[in-house]
Design a protein around this ligand. Structure first.
Ligand code: SAM
Length: 265
């Protein structure tokens, strides 16, 4: 018989154990035969097995060798492709060589939630949708509106790429071992590229980081390396505002203005 698995803190292992919650998550994902789907961090298979029951094939990406060995023992490669290693380095585009859009799901390791979201955002043009479990506090920041306390760099950079909605909350008791915090399910759908595009996404990232670097300060202060009074006038934007008041479109307009101005020389 297989030994019980000892949950590893360094891999953010909190395994789902509540069958009702698992069922609700699978319902929220709505897997359809023929979907191209990847699960990040399958763990002991709480979501993997119900997903496999509805799909022809599933990809998983897992870092823990013990868990990988268990998965291999249980599931043949025709049904489950196991990508061994760090999801932060995984090339999700490799799963869609034919361009069929990818569905990404997972009860994510909370210790790497922000870097994994930023990594996945790079593949937004390959993705149909993503459904994740994360700390509720992170989900609240992802979906936050301008002017609220939770609104910040994570909100702007993800809302730039995705429409997002908090689906439902999950209490600590649904996991073994129980995490210290509440969790939430979030659904992310890529926005059409034409809707709002930064000509230089790296510059957009730098401007957003600077604007939220010192929350109490105005744009005039935080963005002094990027925008002058003349630029604010051209953008019809009040430099006395704080970054937390500005929507994604305004950040993109600022970044595009700076890019165009610098290109003119
Ligand atoms: N899906 C399982 C469940 O719901 O019970 C496990 C969820 S647990 C919160 C996170 C899973 O992600 C674990 O299986 C862990 O080993 C895996 N993991 C942690 N860091 C990872 C990484 N960098 N790349 C891939 N998998 C990772």
């Amino acid at each position: 018989m297989t030994e019980p698995h000892q949950a590893r803190k360094r891999f953010g292992q909190n395994f789902l154990s509540d069958p009702n919650i698992i069922r609700k998550i699978i319902e929220a994902i709505r897997p359809q035969t023929g979907d191209r789907m990847v699960e990040i961090g399958p763990g002991l298979g709480a979501m993997t097995e119900p997903l496999m029951a509805r799909l022809d094939h599933l990809h998983v990406c897992e870092i823990d060798r013990d868990l990988i060995a268990r998965l291999k023992e249980k599931h043949p490669p025709e049904q489950l492709s196991i990508h061994e290693g760090d999801a932060l380095r995984f090339d999700f585009a490799s799963l869609v060589p034919d361009g069929a859009p990818l569905r990404v799901v997972g009860n994510l390791p909370y210790n790497i939630s922000t870097p994994i979201l930023f990594h996945l955002a790079e593949f937004a043009d390959k993705v149909k949708d993503m459904t994740f479990m994360l700390q509720k506090e992170v989900v609240m920041r992802m979906v936050a509106e301008p002017g609220t306390e939770e609104y910040g760099r994570l909100s702007v950079m993800l809302q730039y790429r995705f429409q997002m909605a908090r689906v439902f909350d999950v209490p600590p008791g649904a996991f073994r071992p129980a995490p210290k915090v509440m969790s939430s399910i979030v659904r992310m759908v890529p926005r059409p590229v034409a809707e709002c595009t930064a000509t230089d996404p790296v510059l957009l990232g730098r401007i957003v980081t600077a604007a939220f670097g010192q929350r109490r300060k105005t744009l005039r202060n935080t963005l002094k390396d990027y925008l002058s009074e003349a630029d604010y006038q051209a953008l019809a934007l009040d430099p006395g505002l704080r970054g937390e008041k500005l929507g994604v479109e305004t950040f993109v307009a600022m970044a595009n203005h700076v890019a165009a101005r610098d290109a003119r020389g």
